[in-house]
Design a protein around this ligand. Structure first.
Ligand SMILES: [Mn+2]
Length: 299
């Protein structure tokens, strides 16, 4: 059943796709890894269609030049993402691209503007409430960390294998009506050394932010969304669109929030299913769907 066939959801929830939009002041997304099979372009498109903002930050690893050099992978959905981003720039959204290590080719074009997209090495963002945030991809902090073991797997075949398993697992889960679940995120949090790596990275980025005299920092790179205070500095990581499907947003009053789009899509699907149930049951609307299903099995 296509979503168009469903009744429009109520307008009270700003996150509902049918309600039209999620209107915020600023959006940060990173680590899309367009050009790799790991990129969850459909979920990303769903998010980009729903979100409206004054400023959109692309915080690095947007197009994966490393992977494209090895083998060409560029499906239509990845084109659609690029078109959607350029369209937002054309329609008045300020789009700022801070290249990362996987799209370091773009670092040759710092200070230039392409189709309304500004390419900069880093940026100081002023929140509506006056606080300042330093925006950087974060890969420069690999070097200052002793045990950067986990990141060695990014772009590596073991990591790609995990992502491939993740895709198979989740297409199965989708068929079973289960929400998206990140195998790679689960593994990463299970591996002790990876967890300590994440902590070291976060501390190093926060330390640099403090030395720059800003209130906080927004980065990506480690594919792990987070927002917390580290020694008096607000550390924000917008996550990624390979594993966690997350974005960081600033509301009109300067309040920051991590948006988990996988959760949002699961909630939207559950609402769709609830809306469909009476229609499917037809004349037997009084009989719960579960009961009818069980009866079918015992026959
Ligand atoms: Mn990176």
């Amino acid at each position: 059943m296509r979503r168009d066939d469903l009744p429009a959801p109520p307008d009270d929830d700003p996150l509902q796709p049918g309600a039209g939009s999620l209107a915020v002041r600023t959006v940060w997304i990173s680590d899309l890894h367009l050009g790799t099979p790991g990129c969850q372009a459909d979920a990303l498109l769903d998010f980009l269609r729903a979100v409206h903002c004054e400023t959109l930050f692309l915080v690095g690893d947007i197009i994966d030049g490393w992977q494209l050099r090895r083998s060409w992978y560029w499906p239509q959905a990845h084109n659609d993402v690029v078109q959607k981003l350029l369209r937002k720039a054309r329609k008045g959204t300020k789009v700022i691209f801070v290249p990362g290590n996987h799209d370091e080719f773009a670092r040759k074009y710092l200070g230039h503007n392409f189709g309304g997209v500004d390419v900069v090495e880093e940026h100081i963002h002023h929140l509506a409430d006056g606080r300042t945030l330093w925006v950087t991809h974060g890969d420069h902090f690999d070097g200052v960390i002793q045990c950067a073991k986990w990141l060695a797997y990014v772009g590596d075949s073991a990591y790609e294998f995990t992502l491939r398993m993740n895709r198979h697992l989740n297409s199965l889960r989708a068929r079973l009506g289960l929400p998206y679940w990140s195998l790679s995120r689960y593994l990463k949090l299970k591996v002790k050394r990876a967890v300590s790596y994440l902590g070291d990275f976060e501390a190093a980025v926060a330390r640099e932010a403090r030395s720059r005299g800003v209130h906080g920092v927004v980065c990506g790179h480690i594919h792990h969304a987070e927002m917390r205070s580290i020694d008096g500095v607000l550390y924000c990581n917008d996550g990624d669109w390979v594993e966690s499907l997350t974005a960081l947003v600033e509301h009109g009053d300067g309040r920051l929030e991590i948006i988990d789009w996988a959760l949002h899509m699961a909630a939207a699907r559950a609402r769709d299913a609830a809306a469909l149930q009476p229609a499917l049951a037809g004349e037997q609307t009084a009989v719960p769907l579960v009961v009818r299903f069980t009866k079918g099995i015992t026959k």
